[in-house]
Design a protein around this ligand. Structure first.
Ligand code: CMP
Length: 588
């Protein structure tokens, strides 16, 4: 072959196998993740047939971890966590500590070192977000109180793992590992000093990110949106993500993956950046798949026959140990047994964070290769058995509820706690709704009712107008109207924000405003550029429909003509100093 195509071959085979096994897993009603791991195992050197280049696969996996962590940061919700903090924080923290101790103790019985045991215990103590969310969605339980407790619990677990990832490099040598290549240089400092400096740096970065992020990020993105080039906007989003990730990495001396987590968190802080990042990273899923495939490649399936007892021990900890601990904690905190059972079932599996931790543990020479195989075996089996855990929990709940004495003691008497939590959740929801109200999409009905132009029409007449509206989405940086073009439609803003640029004067229009009417009325070319600054839902009226409506409803005609005349007047006046901001948008 004239040139080296190892990278392309690895990509192609990994994607093909992941799609095939992912599809099969999904048909078997298992999360596709199981299929990706199996795809990796099939490509592994230990299996005859196609053998992937492990070096290249490893690098692709690294990109996968980075994007995965970026996604975790992007979807991290402080509000969701705060609402259930009274149960999620103590529950998750104590559960992690106990599960880690059990895991470490168990592996020390096999003759492992404390460091190796610690990594194994930590990896087994944290459940997979991907699996949990999917399981709850399938049972329509994501929005229920129990579902939200489980999600909050998992957020705490994720955060705890992020902290572990931050401090692990500093502790690696003390735990008997090696300072891996590219690891932080804490050698000459004492352990406490290294830890202290790490924590200070993280604190400083978090403060900067949380305070500056929501203010600076949308502003920068808006400047790029204004250019009217969508690709430049997308590039700005990518650059910001990678820039923050890289900055965080340089500042903390930690892995790029962790930097990516912080980048996700910073972008998460504002609605525009969040949507922008979420929309412009479809690659995230593809590379996350590669991560699971490459973990599968490190998996040695023979472990199941070579070390059946160890596999059973790992499974026992994931399926029974963690569940019993979680159940006991929830009940001890005064919540109903049904809540405890549901959370136990939801958390009785392991996934991505376990793999990330395990691969890092291996890089620092703490975890033997055997450990990763055990974790992957545990993940494959526990994820497969997860539906069973839910059905056992449901049966036990039904059994308790069927016994008046138990029901009174473990369910009815504990409802006050649930009611208090529901009140907190409702308050958090209200806050989130208020925040989202700005971005809410109005229905044509609401728009017609709110829009001053249509307020004088009868409900029947509004129905007629609504029938002519066509939904038209627009993304940041999209030029909806170009100055000088021939007019073909008028637009009504249902949600989002656009900017009119007319001879250096910039005017922002928002929900309830209309634009594109001037050229339709005057028959002249478009008078200005109009660019979306945000993700917008617009309602479009084509020229014919617009004229038809004006013909039918003379009062609307008069108002639109007045609006267009006012705007025309304004555009004739010299640009004053407030060239940027809100201006007279519509007559009342
Ligand atoms: P049209 O000329 O069809 O296309 C550009 C649109 O920008 C124009 O219609 C108006 O809807 C809008 N526009 C132009 N000038 C202003 C202004 N001064 N204030 C608000 N909107 C304007």
């Amino acid at each position: 072959m004239p040139h080296d195509v190892t990278l392309i071959a690895t990509f192609a085979v990994a994607f093909v196998l992941a799609s095939v096994f992912g599809y099969i897993a999904s048909r078997l009603r298992l999360p596709p993740l199981v299929g990706y791991l199996v795809a990796g195992a099939v490509m592994a050197p230990s299996i005859p047939g196609y053998t992937a280049d492990t070096g290249i696969a490893g690098q692709l996996a690294e990109i996968g971890v980075i994007l995965l962590m970026f996604g975790v940061g992007l979807h991290f919700s402080l509000g969701a966590l705060l609402a259930v903090r009274s149960i999620a924080i103590p529950g998750a923290v104590v559960q992690i500590v106990l599960a880690t101790l059990i895991g470490a103790g168990m592996s020390m019985l096999w003759g492992w070192s404390f460091g190796a045991g610690l990594i194994l215990g930590l990896a087994l103590s944290v459940a997979s977000t991907v699996v949990l969310v999917k399981a709850l969605e399938e049972r329509s339980a994501l929005a229920t109180t129990n579902g939200r407790i489980a999600v909050g619990w998992l957020i705490v677990e994720d955060l705890a793992m992020v902290i572990v990832l931050v401090i692990l490099p500093a502790l690696a040598e003390v735990l008997g590992g090696t300072a891996a290549a590219g690891a932080p240089g804490g050698e000459s400092r004492g352990l406490l000093a290294t830890l202290g400096i790490t924590i200070l740096k993280v604190g400083a970065f978090a403060a900067i990110a949380l305070i500056l992020g929501p203010r600076v990020m949308p502003w920068i993105l808006r400047q790029f949106a204004r250019t009217g080039s969508r690709e430049l906007f997308t590039l700005a989003v990518l650059t910001l993500s990678i820039g923050i990730a890289f900055g965080a990495t340089a500042l903390f001396d930690v892995s790029f993956a962790l930097g990516a987590f912080f980048a996700g968190m910073v972008l998460n802080e504002s609605e525009l950046s969040h949507k922008a990042a979420a929309n412009s990273l479809p690659l995230q899923d593809a590379f996350a798949v590669l991560f699971f495939v490459s973990v599968g490649m490190l998996f040695d399936p023979t472990i199941i026959v070579r070390e059946p007892l160890a596999v059973m021990g790992v499974l026992g900890l994931i399926l029974i140990g963690k569940s019993v601990v979680a159940l006991a904690l929830v009940v001890a905190l005064g919540y109903p047994m049904s809540t405890g059972l549901m959370i136990s079932a939801a958390l009785a599996q392991v996934g991505e964070f376990s793999f990330i931790l395990a691969t890092l543990g291996m890089a620092y020479g703490l975890l033997p290769k055997e450990g990763l195989s055990l974790i992957v075996a545990g993940a494959l089996i526990s994820i497969t058995l997860n539906p069973l855990s839910f059905s056992v929990a449901a049966r036990l709940t039904a059994w308790i509820r069927g016994r008046p004495d138990l029901n009174r003691r473990f369910e009815d008497a504990r409802q006050a706690k649930v009611v208090a939590l529901e009140r907190e959740l409702a308050a958090a929801e209200r806050k989130a709704e208020e925040k989202a109200a700005k971005h809410r999409t109005l229905t044509p009905q609401e728009l017609a009712e709110r829009f001053p132009l249509f307020s004088r029409l009868t409900p029947e007449q509004r129905e007629v107008v609504i029938l002519h509206f066509r939904p038209r989405p627009a993304g940041p940086g999209e030029r909806i109207i170009r100055k000088g073009d021939k007019a073909d439609a008028a637009y009504f803003i249902s949600s989002g924000e656009v900017e009119v640029d007319v001879g250096g004067r910039r005017i922002r229009l928002g929900p309830g405003d209309c634009f594109g009417e001037m050229a339709l009325i005057s028959g002249q070319p478009r008078s200005a550029h109009v660019t979306a600054l945000d993700y917008c839902s617009l309602l479009q009226l084509t020229t014919g429909d617009f004229r038809e409506i004006l013909r039918r409803y003379p009062e609307i005609r008069a108002q639109i003509a007045e609006l267009a005349a006012q705007r025309g007047q304004m555009n004739l006046a010299p640009v004053d100093e407030e060239g940027d901001g809100k201006a007279a948008a519509a007559p009342d």
